[in-house]
Design a protein around this ligand. Structure first.
Ligand code: SAH
Length: 284
């Protein structure tokens, strides 16, 4: 059990108050967790953090301080983002119980992370878009935002409850242990999204200066599928194939314009791909 707890990371992004970091460390230790990641904390190390950690200073001492969220979640196969309020694009949402179960079960196969936001502004949209799921503690809608360390306490408690129950519920097929290939890691997925975006730019489908919500929506789509490492590598190959074909087409139409000597049949089959247009998205 302890080994599996060690595969669960709690990530605090850009925390302002060191007291919250200390109180979060205490919450982790109470629930049997120990891996605290701090992304660019405003004031750490700090006496106030040590004071609020009480006897959980070992968790504080082992806390990993990094500069970016990407570093904190590198190597993970599942990332869950916390949110105190609704966001513009709804994302697959877990309640705290489902979140505890998911983190616990997936920690059997890979590292998992749960990410908490800033005291004043929570997580930014682009940070939430790196997460496969979001979790919301169903608090009073008129006063929904918990203190950061209190939110850490609630969600780590649910992980502990899932561990204690270790229910016999049927597992996710992809992650149930029978799958032939491991799930893709977050950093492989980030490379895939960068490749996908570049391919869409090459095709003239996507404009980086006017991106609308295309990439968040595609991230959400692939997050629902949960690609395994082999599927992801096939998709990378498909993208490279598309990019090569687009380049050949561009060279061909350039030579056609400059009066090249292609045959009539080549000319007719070398039209620009039709109907490849970005959808109008009112949320841009
Ligand atoms: N004013 C911020 C709230 C930040 S609260 C906002 O509007 O987003 C600080 C952090 O505590 C949040 O980023 C989240 O990680 C966690 N948190 C607070 N209330 C929560 C809730 N009801 N559900 C899930 N996480 C919550």
């Amino acid at each position: 059990m302890k080994q599996r707890f060690n595969k669960i990371r709690v990530v605090l992004v850009n925390t302002s108050h060191p007291g919250n970091i200390g109180a979060a460390a205490r919450a982790l230790k109470n629930m049997g967790l120990s891996r605290l990641y701090l992304v660019a904390p405003k004031d750490f190390p700090a006496d106030r953090a040590v004071w609020r950690a009480a006897n959980a200073v070992d968790v504080l001492d082992q806390a990993v301080v990094v500069e970016s969220l990407d570093e904190a979640i590198a190597g993970c196969g599942l990332v869950v983002g916390t949110s105190a309020r609704d966001r513009r694009i709804p994302w697959p949402l877990l309640n705290p119980r489902e979140c505890g179960e998911k983190l616990w079960h997936e920690a059997e196969v890979h590292d998992v992370a749960i990410v908490f936001g800033r005291e004043d502004r929570g997580l930014k949209n682009e940070e939430l878009h790196k997460c496969t799921y979001h979790v919301h503690i169903p608090s009073n809608p008129d006063y929904s935002s918990l203190n950061l360390a209190a939110a850490v306490q609630v969600l780590t408690y649910e992980v502990r409850m899932a561990a204690l129950a270790d229910s016999e519920k049927p597992r996710d097929q992809l992650l149930g242990g029978d799958w032939d290939v491991p799930p893709a890691r977050v950093e492989e997925l980030e490379l895939y999204y960068a490749h996908l975006e570049q391919t869409l730019v090459d095709l003239g489908f996507h404009d980086r200066d006017n991106p609308r919500q295309t990439m968040p929506r595609l991230r959400r789509l692939f997050g629902r599928i949960r690609l395994d490492a082999m599927e992801l590598s096939i998709m990378r190959g498909v993208l490279t194939g598309i990019q090569n074909a687009a380049r050949r087409l561009a060279v061909f139409s350039a030579s056609e314009k400059s009066g090249g000597e292609e045959s009539a049949s080549e000319k007719s089959s070398a039209k620009k791909p039709a109907g490849v247009e970005a959808p109008k998205d009112s949320e841009s």
